[in-house]
Design a protein around this ligand. Structure first.
Ligand code: AHR
Length: 518
């Protein structure tokens, strides 16, 4: 199978004479997996998703309503639902983002026709009929077997409202809120509310607060907003820092560590130099490819530094770091509503996804949950929809290939060898993860960051290995509604050379294999 793939890639490359002349020979790379030092388990939740009420993320993307001509189950798009099921989505964070701190949960319950229409002031000023609310979200997560992560409104509603909302979701018995939920068609409380976010980006759209004020507010809301008696406990997540705002983490940990279950970190990868010039999702240069991968790798520094601050106040690591918004953010797709944050998704995004998941796997002592922004039709999405059509993005394929890492036990994996250098960017050419899956198999993830050079990866492992690889003829290879299968994973295997497992890793590729150890 490997030979077939290498031949196919070679044929693609050689069919372009200009490229054929500059295609260099494979470069030798050494991968060392330290099987003697397993780390803390990779929480499945690090492969989580974020779904905000933004653009066509919820409406059109997840929800079309029961009367739509788009095939659906009780209003949920069938195609998207089936695609997400295959990802074993562990958790979905909803409904913001910035939208969370403007939302009144009461607008989204009861008979759909009676729900008040609102205006989404954060995202495009569009009218929102609130037909997707609490019952619809909680039922969706339940149907997918995912945990629910709900962000409550700290910015513009009193704690009393959030308290009521949580009781609506979690109370048994015959309290008025439990009765109201029953009247809305849901008898038993949902038991999968595992995470509650106390506000979102309180340093910005959530209320422009100082860290000290946000810490105090978190403590006040955390006092009053709790699961109903008898309901499963949930993790209380405070709105944490953006990027390298280490002072925010320090203040939050200093002032609120005792009540914290986790703090969130938000970091987006923008290839461009500013929010005004983020860069295009497709048709980009090699410099932008390298900039994007380099900026994605910065996640490692951010996690290490925020974790070090957390260690000062919480050496036993009781408080987790949740990277609950991450991913690429480009200029909106030309012709799309700029407030809807719709963008294409290419092989470059696949590399960002793989590199970032690999980083999370190196920080399993603190990073217990992450949520890529966002699940459908927004930013670095898993799937894109148009009418009744749906396509799987390269990012989807990476998440699918990485499913075996959910719940796996990671091993340190060190790569040595040449670097990929592009202008001012100097990156390791190959990145790798290794972990023992819950099925007992050893899994390896291999990422070749170099857009031009293939790598010959030598390991100290014995045995055979097979799995899948994602690559494409161009840096911006992507799927479209006209050609939805342009880029998809194909079978891939390693080979044994003098008793040692080796891999021929094409340029710009992501592979995941299971090793059959001898
Ligand atoms: O994901 C889009 C937006 O990015 C979210 O609403 C906000 O939290 C962040 O700034």
């Amino acid at each position: 199978m490997k030979r077939t793939l290498v031949a196919a890639v070679a044929a693609m490359v050689l069919s372009t004479p200009a490229i054929a002349q500059i295609t260099p020979a494979p470069t030798h790379v050494r991968l060392t997996v330290d099987l003697a030092h397993p780390g803390p388990v990779i929480e499945p939740a690090v492969e989580g998703q974020f779904a905000e009420n933004l653009g066509r993320g919820i409406y059109d993307g997840i929800w079309v309503g029961p009367h739509s001509s788009v095939p659906n189950r009780n209003g949920y798009r069938t195609d998207v639902m089936d695609a997400l099921k295959a990802l074993h989505v562990p958790v979905i964070r909803w409904l913001g983002g910035c939208f969370a701190d403007t939302y009144d949960w009461r607008d989204g319950i009861g008979p759909a026709a009676k729900r008040p229409k609102g205006i989404n002031t954060n995202w495009g000023g569009v009218t929102d009929d609130n037909s997707f609310g609490t019952n619809e979200f909680m039922d969706y997560t339940e149907a997918l077997g995912a945990a629910a992560y709900v962000s409550i409104n700290l910015g513009s509603l009193p704690a009393y409202d959030a308290r009521q909302w949580v009781q609506y979701m979690t109370a048994g018995g015959d309290s008025a809120l439990a009765q109201e939920r029953r009247a809305n068609g849901r008898d038993k409380p949902w038991t999968n509310l595992k995470y509650v976010g106390y506000g979102n980006e309180l340093w910005g759209c959530g209320g422009n607060m100082t860290a000290g004020y946000a810490a105090d507010l978190f403590k006040r809301y955390a006092t009053f907003v709790n699961p109903a008696p008898g309901a499963p406990d949930f993790v209380k997540v405070a709105s944490g820092p953006s990027d390298a705002d280490y002072a925010w983490t320090d203040t939050l940990m200093r002032d609120a560590a005792k009540q914290l279950g986790a703090i969130s970190l938000h970091y987006y990868t923008l290839p461009g130099s500013s929010w005004e010039h983020k860069g295009s999702a497709t048709g980009f240069s090699k410099d932008e490819w390298a900039a994007t991968l380099s900026k994605a790798r910065y996640m490692n520094t951010l996690i290490a530094r925020h974790s070090a601050i957390m260690d000062k106040y919480d050496p036993d690591k009781k408080v987790a770091l949740y990277v609950d918004e991450w991913g690429t953010w480009y200029d909106p797709q030309p012709g799309s509503h700029p407030g809807f944050l719709y963008q294409q998704n290419t092989l470059r995004d696949a590399e960002v996804a793989a590199l970032t998941l690999d980083i999370f796997f190196r920080h399993t002592d603190r990073v217990k949950l992450a949520a890529i922004a966002q699940m459908v039709n927004v930013l670095q999405a898993m799937v894109l929809t148009e009418g009744d059509k749906m396509l799987l993005t390269p990012t989807y394929h990476v998440f699918h290939m990485y499913v075996p890492f959910q719940g796996a036990t990671p091993y340190p994996a060190t790569v040595s060898g040449p670097h990929y250098v592009e202008g001012k960017y100097d990156l390791p050419m190959v990145d790798a993860s290794a972990a023992r899956g819950t099925d007992g198999k050893l899994y390896l993830a291999l990422v070749n960051l170099d857009p031009d050079r293939a790598a010959h990866v030598e390991t100290g492992l014995s045995g055979t290995a097979s799995g899948r690889i994602l690559t494409g003829p161009k840096m911006d290879s992507h799927n479209t509604f006209a050609a939805p299968n342009t880029i998809h994973p194909v079978a891939y295997s390693g080979r044994s050379e003098r008793g040692r497992l080796t891999f021929d890793l094409p340029a710009r590729s992501v592979a995941v294999v299971a090793v059959d150890q001898k």
